[in-house]
Design a protein around this ligand. Structure first.
Ligand SMILES: [Zn+2]
Length: 76
């Protein structure tokens, strides 16, 4: 089997796996606060600005899917 064909199959398979992961669980854990949403810094409690203290963030693939859906919806 040709190596380029093998690489293409691997890329398609990994893309399908990521797309299904985005479909099944659209939210991932926030990398900034690691899902803790509140971290103690010194005496105060700092809330995560990246995820608005939910501890969750929308996956990039789901972001793209939502954007494509809104474009399709606006086009109709
Ligand atoms: Zn966060």
């Amino acid at each position: 089997m040709h190596p380029a064909l093998l690489a293409a199959i691997a890329m398609i398979a990994s893309t399908l796996c990521y797309a299904s992961a985005c479909y099944v669980s659209p939210f991932g854990r926030c990398r900034k606060c690691k899902g803790k949403s509140r971290t103690r810094h010194g005496r105060g409690v700092r809330y995560c600005r990246r995820c608005d203290s939910t501890g969750l963030r929308l996956r990039l693939g789901r972001h793209l899917w939502n954007y494509a859906r809104s474009l399709h919806h606006d086009g109709r």
